[in-house]
Design a protein around this ligand. Structure first.
Ligand SMILES: Cc1cc2nc3c(=O)[nH]c(=O)nc-3n(C[C@H](O)[C@H](O)[C@H](O)COP(=O)(O)O)c2cc1C
Length: 304
């Protein structure tokens, strides 16, 4: 069998498969299906400084080969995570990645202070959420603001690696990637959800209460592969690829495009074992191709 170990910005994982933030809660439900120590890592549900109720329902709807969600960062807050959830996750032989969203750069800094002191393995900085200072624009769509948040997180994260999660809802994702790299990001993860909308023709109302939502699932895989490829060619820091991964072959595509590791998200809703299956299928592909290590896939796409 090929060596499945990978190193993501100094964090060594037993295999390249992690679960995507917001699709795995804090792992308690999935722990009833399999040992969480089977995973390379767990990106925990997105945290904010204070607890949040999230958006009103309906906030999840199906689309062809995907879903639209407008959950809106429902979470118990960073302090409750550190007190209640982190000790649970720490029981397992897997890496714990905390995912954070703030209203201001200062809030990102405070959360990084707390999480670094609590001893998470990595902090994933979600810059795809609305903010106050920039008048409702998302940090992830402006290079200057993305850099400001990254610098703040980096300053407060101590020795914990900082991975910045990029939004696909931009004209040129490489501009944001380069901006966060220059500001000190240790890694980038992509893609977050793609903004979309569905309308009920009979009621004539949007199916989501918030009108629009973020699209994810197998339908977005080609967008993710394209963006990972663009970003991996634009920056030197490692990439965690995600978006629509349901099979080992999907994970292999993201790695060939340049990802060091891969997250499985929406597929978990249809099959709680999806991440384990992706890991095993990825190992089988590497084995069939005669690779000594799965790492040989990263960036291995051949130019025409
Ligand atoms: C219900 C739901 C909640 C999510 N919550 C978060 C979140 O809190 N923070 C975050 O960075 N991404 C969040 N995401 C985005 C996923 O982590 C992932 O980037 C995206 O869904 C693409 O991967 P997938 O197609 O495998 O799901 C969420 C996605 C879904 C479907």
């Amino acid at each position: 069998m090929p060596d499945m170990k990978v190193n993501l910005a100094g964090m060594t994982m037993k295999n390249p498969i992690v679960v995507a933030s917001g699709t795995f809660g804090f792992g308690r439900e999935y722990n009833e299906f399999f040992d969480l120590g089977e995973l390379g890592g767990i990106c925990a549900k997105g945290l904010t400084l204070l607890p949040r109720e999230g958006n009103p329902a309906p906030r999840i709807a199906e689309t062809p080969m995907g879903i639209l969600n407008s959950v809106g960062l429902q979470n118990p807050g960073v302090d409750a995570f550190i007190k209640e959830e982190l000790p649970f996750l720490r029981q397992f032989d897997t890496k714990v990645i905390a995912n954070i969203s703030g209203n201001t750069p200062e809030e990102y800094g405070i959360m990084c202070d707390k999480l670094a002191a609590a001893g998470v393995d990595m902090i994933e900085v979600n810059i795809s959420c609305p903010n106050v200072k920039a008048g409702g624009l998302a940090y992830g769509t402006r290079p200057d603001l993305a850099a400001e948040v990254t610098a703040m997180a980096r300053k407060h994260a101590g020795s914990v690696p900082v991975m910045v999660k990029l939004s696909p809802n931009v004209t040129d994702i490489t501009e944001i990637a380069k901006a966060v790299e220059s500001a000190g990001a240790d890694a980038v993860s992509l893609i977050n959800t793609i903004r979309g909308m569905r309308i009920d023709v009979n009621t004539r109302r949007p199916v989501l209460k918030m009108n629009t939502g973020g699209m994810s699932g197998p339908a977005v895989l080609p967008v993710a592969v394209r963006m990972v490829w663009e970003v991996a060619n634009a920056v030197k820091i490692p990439v965690l690829g995600m978006g629509g991964v349901a099979k080992g072959e999907d994970a292999a595509q993201l790695m060939l495009a340049g990802a060091t590791a891969v997250a499985v998200g929406t597929s978990l809703f249809a099959d709680p074992y999806a991440a384990i299956k992706v890991r095993d299928e990825l190992a089988a592909i590497a084995d069939r191709q005669g690779l000594a290590s799965v790492r040989e896939l990263t960036g291995g796409v051949k130019p025409w």
